[in-house]
Design a protein around this ligand. Structure first.
Ligand SMILES: Cc1cc2nc3c(=O)[nH]c(=O)nc-3n(C[C@H](O)[C@H](O)[C@H](O)COP(=O)(O)O)c2cc1C
Length: 179
């Protein structure tokens, strides 16, 4: 068998250079989630690429790392129910909008659906989870948040991929056989 991609692994000390860390981590592909809640007549959104599923199946847990400086986290951390939407194809502009500096206008012209307990979902997303906060622990300058999934659903839109600080779309839905 011919090995096609034979480049030598290379690692070096990084002297805690935050730019180097960011640009290296940016090469890790992920989906982009938004945690959203309506409480006291106001809507709150926290966009996160650190979101991950499959932390535990029983109980059903997902995770997200939230910057300790996040003002939105302070507003949503005690919510009974949190909506999580994973952005789909064509929704890159919505992630920028929902993560925008002006928190009061984040939801302007964003199509949403609000659940009975205040969980907010983005229409046409790739998938949706309704969650409650299970556990929060310290992780350096972030909170490591475990969410328990109480409801879930899959949309028809394909997920948006965040890679190299850019949004990418899946262009070929065929799976690749690994031999
Ligand atoms: C693509 C993208 C990914 C992000 N990922 C995270 C993340 O994983 N964790 C986080 O705390 N903030 C993340 N942010 C930043 C937050 O969405 C938000 O802008 C920040 O928390 C400041 O707003 P706030 O004070 O209202 O929370 C991300 C922003 C963007 C645009």
């Amino acid at each position: 068998m011919t090995q096609k991609f034979m480049t030598r692994p290379k690692v070096s000390a990084f002297g805690n250079d935050p730019l180097l860390v960011r640009s290296t981590f940016a090469q890790f592909p992920s989906g982009v989630a938004v945690l959203a809640v309506e409480a006291g007549g106001e809507k709150h959104a926290l966009v996160a690429s650190s979101f991950m599923v499959g932390v535990s199946l029983e109980p059903c847990l997902v995770a997200v790392a939230v910057q300790k400086s996040s003002e939105t986290w302070e507003q949503i951390k005690n919510a009974a129910s949190l909506g999580v939407s994973i952005f789909g194809k064509g929704q890159g502009h919505l992630t920028r909008k929902l993560a925008g500096k002006d928190r009061a206008t984040r939801f302007e012209q964003v199509a949403i659906d609000v659940g009975e307990d205040g969980a907010v979902f983005i229409e046409d997303a790739a998938l949706w989870l309704e969650c409650s906060v299970h556990e929060v622990s310290e992780a350096g300058d972030h909170w490591m948040v475990l969410l328990e999934v109480t409801k879930l659903g899959v949309g028809e839109n394909e997920p948006l991929i965040w890679h190299g600080a850019k949004f990418r779309e899946l262009v070929n839905a065929q799976s690749i056989d690994v031999v």
